[in-house]
Design a binder for this molecule. Structure first.
Ligand code: KIV
Ligand code: ZN
Length: 511
C-alpha cells in the first residue's frame, strides 16, 4: 500500500456550499493559488454545470493552476460530465469527479431509481468521463448509509469502467470512527479489483466526527482524504484539512502514510478562506484558531519556557504561525510593499492593481502607525474584490453620533456610475448608514449577521466586518476592513450587495 496520502481539497466546491460562502471567480483563483503553494494534490474547483459563473470559475482555476490537479464535480449525467470536461480543458492535470447516490433512501426517495439503474448510470457516467480525461473519480453518494454488498457491486463495476479513484462519502455525517474504518477495510477486502483504484473518503461533520472518521479510514487503507480549509462545507462542514494533515504528520508512529504538503501555508490559507467567506475561525479551533498555540496558565508557560515539548506537540511555525511582521509605515515605497506582498505569496496581475493596492496602503498608513501582514491581507482582499465590475461603490459618507441625539448618516454611492445620496437615522451610526444604503438601493435583503473583529491589536487596528444578507433563499456574505468601523461596515454591506449581483444563482450538486 502506498505511503503517500493524497490531499483533495474541496474548499472551492463543498466549502462553497456553506450558506453564504459563495465566491467570485477572482476569490476562487486566490484560494486556489494558496492551495497550489501548499502543494495540495487535487483542488476541486467547483461544479461547472451549476451555473455559468461556476463554469467560468472552474475554467479560470484550471487555466491558472499548474502544480495541482484541478477537478470538477459532475452528477452521473452526460450534460454535467461534458460541461466539466469542457471547463477543465485548459488544465495541466485534470480530474472529473462524478457521483450518484447508492443508499436505499436516496435511490428510492430522491432518485426514484432501482439499484440496477443506478449501477448502469454510474458505469455510463465513468465511461463518459473517461472520454475527457483518464483521471476519473467516482463517489457513491451517501455511502455511509448504503448496503455493503450493493456498494461492492457498484464500485467493482465503475473500476472496470475506468474509475481511478473511488471516494466513499459519509454525506450526512452519520458514521462513527470504528464503523467507518471497518467500511473501508471491508470494501478493500471484498472488491476483487480494489487494487486498481485509490480509495478516498469524504466525511461530513454533523456529529463532529468528520476528522476522526477520515483518520479511521486512513488507518484502514484509504489513501486520499477529501477535506476543506477550516472545515468549511455543507451544514456542519467537512473534515478540516489542517487537522487531517497535522494529525498524520504528528503521529507518524501511528500512520503508515504521510502527505507531501507544505504545512507552513496552512495559516495563510486559513486566513484567506476566513476573510473571503466571512466565516471567522473560532479562537480554540485546532491548528488555526488564535489560541491554538497560546499558553495562558502560569504552569504551562513555565513548562514551555523550560522545554517547548512539555506542552506543545507541534511547532506553531510549522503551520505558518509567524510573528506578525511590522512592515514599513507611511514612508515605505511601492517596491517595499511589492516585495513584502511577494513574500506573502501575493502577486498582482497588473501594474494598475498594484498601484491601487499601494494607494490603499498609503491611505491606511496615514491612519495607522504600524502595518502588519494581516492588514496587508485585508488590503489585498479589498483591492481584488473592488473590481471595475462592481455596481455599487461608496463615494462619501458622513455620520453623526452625539449623546442625546439620534445617530444619522448621509451617504453618497455610485450605482452603475450614477451618483445617489440619501440620509437616514438609526439606533446607532452603523444602523443609520445601512438604512441610508437601503434608501438608495432598496435591495429588499434581510440582514442575517453583523460581526466586527479587530484584525490586529490596538485601538488603531482595522475593524474587519462581516455582513450576511439573505433574499429569496440566497445568502451572501460581505467583508470590509477599515480603521473606522462604520466605514468598514458600509464597505462590508456594499460588498455583500455587489456579490448578490455578481455571483449568479447556481444549482446544488445534491439536488
Ligand atoms: O457529501 C457528499 O456526498 C458529496 C459528494 C458529491 C461527494 O459532497
Ligand atoms: Zn460533501
Amino acid at each position: 500500500m502506498s505511503d503517500k496520502l493524497i490531499i483533495f481539497d474541496t474548499t472551492l466546491r463543498d466549502g462553497e456550499q456553506s450558506p453564504g460562502a459563495s465566491m467570485t471567480r477572482e476569490e476562487k483563483i486566490r484560494i486556489a493559488k494558496v492551495l497550489e503553494r501548499m502543494k495540495v494534490d487535487v483542488i476541486e474547483a467547483g461544479f461547472p454545470v451549476a451555473s455559468p459563473g461556476d463554469f467560468e470559475a472552474v475554467k479560470a482555476v484550471a487555466d491558472t493552476i499548474k502544480e495541482s490537479t484541478v477537478c470538477g464535480l459532475a452528477r452521473a449525467l452526460n450534460k454535467d460530465i461534458d460541461c466539466a470536461g469542457e471547463a477543465l480543458k485548459g488544465a495541466t492535470s485534470s480530474r472529473i469527479h462524478t457521483f450518484i447516490a447508492t443508499s436505499p433512501i436516496h435511490m428510492e426517495k430522491k432518485l426514484r431509481m432501482t439499484p440496477d439503474q443506478v449501477v448502469e448510470q454510474a458505469v455510463a457516467a465513468v465511461k463518459r468521463a473517461r472520454q475527457h480525461t483518464d483521471n476519473v473519480e467516482f463517489s457513491p453518494e451517501d455511502a455511509g448509509r448504503s448496503e455493503l454488498d450493493f456498494l461492492c457491486r457498484v464500485i467493482e463495476a465503475v473500476i472496470d469502467a475506468g474509475a481511478t479513484t473511488i471516494n466513499i462519502p459519509d454525506t450526512v455525517g452519520y458514521n462513527v470512527p470504528h464503523q467507518f474504518g471497518a467500511l473501508l477495510h471491508n470494501l478493500l477486502e471484498k472488491i476483487p479489483n480494489s487494487d486498481k483504484a485509490v480509495f478516498s473518503v469524504h466525511c461530513h461533520n454533523d456529529l463532529g466526527l468528520a476528522v476522526a472518521n477520515s483518520l479511521s479510514a486512513v488507518l484502514n487503507g484509504a489513501r486520499q482524504v477529501e477535506c476543506t480549509i477550516n472545515g468549511l462545507g455543507e451544514r456542519a462542514g467537512n473534515a478540516a484539512l489542517e487537522e487531517i494533515v497535522m494529525a498524520v504528520r504528528t503521529r507518524q508512529d501511528i500512520f503508515s502514510c504521510n502527505t507531501t504538503l507544505d504545512t507552513s501555508q496552512i495559516i495563510p490559507a486559513s486566513r484567506l478562506v476566513a476573510g473571503i467567506t466571512g466565516f471567522p475561525v473560532q479562537p480554540n479551533k485546532a491548528i488555526v484558531g488564535a489560541n491554538a498555540f497560546a499558553h495562558e496558565s502560569g504552569i504551562h508557560q513555565d513548562g514551555v519556557l523550560k522545554n517547548r515539548e512539555t506542552y506543545e506537540i507541534m511547532r506553531a511555525e510549522d503551520v505558518g504561525w509567524s510573528k506578525n511582521h511590522i512592515i514599513l509605515g507611511k514612508h515605505s515605497g511601492r517596491s517595499a510593499l511589492k516585495s513584502r506582498l511577494k513574500e506573502l505569496g501575493i502577486e498582482f496581475k497588473s501594474e494598475e492593481s498594484l498601484n491601487q493596492a499601494f494607494a490603499r496602503f498609503k491611505a491606511l498608513a496615514d491612519k495607522k502607525h504600524e502595518i502588519f501582514d494581516d492588514d496587508l491581507q485585508a488590503l489585498v482582499s479589498e483591492t481584488t474584490s473592488s473590481s471595475n465590475d462592481e455596481h455599487i461603490k461608496l463615494i462619501s459618507m458622513k455620520v453623526c453620533s452625539e449623546t442625546g441625539e439620534t445617530p444619522s448618516a448621509c451617504l453618497t454611492l455610485s450605482v452603475d456610475s450614477e451618483e445617489k445620496t440619501a440620509t437616514a437615522e438609526g439606533g446607532g451610526p452603523v444602523d443609520a448608514a445601512f438604512k441610508a444604503i437601503e434608501k438608495i438601493i432598496q435591495s429588499e435583503t434581510e440582514l442575517k449577521l453583523y460581526s466586527v473583529n479587530n484584525i490586529t491589536s490596538g485601538t488603531d487596528a482595522q475593524g474587519d466586518v462581516t455582513v450576511r444578507l439573505e433574499k429569496s433563499n440566497r445568502v451572501v456574505n460581505g467583508q470590509g476592513a477599515d480603521t473606522d468601523i462604520v466605514i468598514a461596515s458600509v464597505k462590508s454591506y456594499l460588498n455583500a450587495l455587489n456579490k448578490f449581483i455578481l455571483v449568479d444563482e447556481r444549482a446544488h450538486p445534491q439536488l
